[in-house]
Design a protein around this ligand. Structure first.
Ligand code: GCW
Length: 679
């Protein structure tokens, strides 16, 4: 073929859509945009225009009618709920009491089309579990992302407000399609700079782009802003000058962004300033901001992630700090609590603040980005972890008082309910670093909307949209996803072990880590307590007594070795190496088998994946394949490092039927990765 012919063939291919790069950039929107559906709406609004456009381009059925109107049923579904009825061929009716409900209904209908084989008669009624479903970006103003593993930030602060990256709109669309309705743009380790007029004008541009998609913008604020930006002598929350500064600043924000959502605050935590610097309480600090936001309907999300070096068990400290303040917060304050009492570990029990605080609204904070789960190198599907969290019984109100029910308004009604996920999004072409990390972003949105969905359902949906509907692919790959969290826990920190990561960057094992002069609660030894006599953290009534922060009968279950779930055994107990496990093995042997199981699980994932080559594009196939190789090597690294190190205390052999270590402990101790973590 000569050049001209090649050129024509090339453009024919491009216009026919047969040359789409499978680089992951399209997320879960890979279906064609070539439909020409008939769509009518009884009202107009920016959100309705988005809904109409999406349906026109993608819906391959009969006419769709969007109608915004009020009746009792729709009002009961709330302002984001919707009803879908009708049949694919003859016509569909989407109804809601608000335009956003119509938008969510449109995305729901399209998801059904993209994932279901049979669209018979439809009768769908939906409303979200949580009112506010937020992403938290730990993105810094210099473009770096704290704990981000997908490149630099998607927010191009130095190009804004003039230049607008096309990604902002794609971001809005992806989030709206899974029900996310808010985003905190900047890191909780907040630069005061975000509140300067210069930055607020940039924030306004982002807010304008996200608005038609129902996504509100929020900001993390630095508690010392009045002093640092305003030149005041301090930032005491009870000082009238400080209060006035915040009132003025909040007013300035609302003049630019009339629907601004509110602020997120990390105060007196890991060196951040806060009200305690002025001998005030967390409630004093939160309430001051709440008062400034109240006239505009804004909220304060105040983080409960606090701990100080000292004699008290770190796992107990947030509870000790906040329980005495229960009931002292304004009604537009929500306490944002990480799922576990320590810090996004591979597996933790739920934080006892859930079900513990009865007169204060609490919102869970989950970590989508894999700070402690192999960054964007390891395939770890997080829905199973989050499901375990949502379904944990707090017993705060008798049996069945799950974490979900304590936070979604079922047990404790508060003016708003909310949930946040720390985003794993960056400027990488595939958004999240690992193709399968997109599934965690997706799962977070879906669970925030409906935490009763199963991990299985979510994985199935995502795989069908992101890859293919061929069950020869979906079934085995879904199994791999559903076991991937369990595998990671096994090869990193089984049986309740936690925080034995490498210093600072948290990639890889360093149970031996000892930095002279470092805070003891930042060192692995604090958590594993391995010695000749045994291993684990004694949090029983005879130890740190953290168990007593849970309601009966849970505290008794955790306290008693016989009833403590073995998956959390070393979280709550310090036990001798030959402690008998339920399956008859000794603790030491079981530890060895768990690590070995983790390695074998990852090897199995490699086998599953290699068989999938013919079902999907080569580009993503090879990318995931190469990441699985890294994961496999890392799993062996974890196993060898932890077992060889703990063996120096247990003095026992690694059971002879499991794979032998391939590394020397001394070599592993020398591994020092040069991974920066940006504050
Ligand atoms: O998990 C830890 C991280 C910090 C993070 C902190 C927090 C944003 O290591 O990087 O800071 O938690 O949640 O505030």
């Amino acid at each position: 073929m000569n050049r001209t012919v090649l050129y024509i063939v090339f453009w024919w291919c491009v216009s026919a859509g047969c040359l789409k790069a499978e680089d992951g950039s399209r997320l879960w929107f890979r279906a064609e945009m070539t439909a020409q559906a008939q769509v009518k709406a009884n009202r107009e609004s920016p959100a309705i225009s988005v809904a109409v456009e999406e349906l026109e381009k993608r819906w391959k059925g009969g006419a769709v009618h969007l109608s915004l109107h009020q009746n009792k049923k729709l009002r009961n579904l709330g302002k984001e709920g919707y009803v879908i009825s009708g049949e694919k061929q003859t016509g569909i009716h989407i109804q809601s009491a608000s335009d956003l409900g119509l938008l969510y209904g449109a995305y729901h209908l399209l998801r059904l089309q993209d994932t279901q084989n049979d669209n018979g008669a439809l009768q769908v009624e939906e409303s979200p579990a949580y009112d506010l479903r937020l992403l938290n970006h730990w993105d810094n103003l210099d473009g770096t992302v704290e704990r981000g593993y997908a490149g630099y930030s998607i927010w191009k602060w130095d190009e804004l407000p003039e230049k607008i990256s096309p990604r902002y709109k794609e971001y809005a669309r992806a989030n709206a399609s899974i029900g996310i309705n808010g985003t905190v743009l900047n890191n909780v380790n907040a630069s005061p700079g975000i509140l300067t007029g210069n930055y607020l004008r940039k924030v306004k541009v982002i807010a304008d782009i996200l608005r038609p998609y129902g996504i509100k913008v929020y900001l993390s604020v630095n508690f010392s802003s009045p002093q640092i930006l305003g030149g005041l002598s301090g930032s005491d929350p009870l000082d009238t000058g400080v209060r006035r500064w915040w009132r003025d600043k909040i007013g300035e924000i609302y003049r630019l962004i009339p629907d601004f959502g509110g602020v997120l605050v990390k105060a007196n935590s890991e060196g951040q300033p806060g009200p305690q610097d002025y001998d005030r309480t967390h409630a004093d600090g939160a309430n001051m901001l709440a008062d400034a936001l109240k006239p505009y309907g804004g909220i304060v999300m105040w983080r409960a992630f606090v701990y100080h070096p000292g004699d008290e068990d770190r796992a107990k400290q947030a509870y000790q700090e906040f329980i005495p303040l229960d009931g002292k917060f304004r009604d537009n304050v929500i306490l944002q609590v990480k799922n576990g009492p320590i810090d996004f570990q591979p597996r933790e029990p739920f934080s006892p603040l859930f079900g513990g605080m009865k007169n204060t609204a609490l919102m869970p904070e989950l970590q989508i980005t894999q700070e402690y789960l192999g960054f964007s190198n390891h395939l770890v599907f997080l829905a199973p972890q989050w499901k375990e969290f949502f379904e944990s019984d707090t017993y705060c109100n008798g049996k069945g008082a799950t974490v979900a029910k304590t936070t979604d308004g079922t047990i404790f009604p508060h003016p708003v309910s909310a949930i946040a996920g720390v985003a794993n999004i960056g400027e990488d072409i595939n958004w999240c670093g690992h193709h399968f990390a997109q599934a965690n972003w997706y799962a977070f949105g879906r669970l925030a909307w409906n935490c009763e969905l199963t991990a299985d359902e979510i994985a199935e949906e995502w795989l069908r949209m992101a890859f293919t509907r061929d069950q020869a692919f979906v079934t085995p790959v879904k199994e791999m996803m559903l076991h991937s969290w369990d595998a990671a826990v096994n090869y990193m920190m089984p049986l309740g072990l936690h925080h034995i990561f490498a210093w600072d960057h948290h990639y890889g094992p360093e149970p031996w880590c000892d930095i002279p002069g470092a805070r003891p609660d930042w060192l692995p030894r604090y958590y594993h307590n391995a010695g000749e006599k045994g291993i684990g953290f004694d949090r029983t009534t005879g130890g740190s007594d953290a168990v007593s922060q849970y309601h009966a009968p849970l505290k008794e279950y955790f306290n008693d070795i016989a009833t403590c779930p073995e998956d959390l055994l070393l979280w709550f107990h310090h036990l001798p190496w030959d402690h008998p496990m339920k399956n008859g093995r000794t603790l030491w042997d079981e530890l060895c088998y768990r690590y070995d199981t983790g390695v074998r699980q990852v090897r199995e994932f490699q086998k599953i994946w290699d068989r999938m080559e013919r079902y999907i594009d080569g580009e993503r196939f090879r990318h995931v394949q190469s990441r699985l190789k890294i994961q496999s090597r890392d799993a062996v690294w974890w196993k060898d490092a932890c077992l060889l190190y703990f063996q120096t205390y247990s003095g026992k052999p690694i059971p002879y039927d499991i794979e032998r270590p391939v590394h020397e402990l001394d070599d592993l101790k020398k591994v020092k990765l040069d991974l920066k973590h940006h504050h």
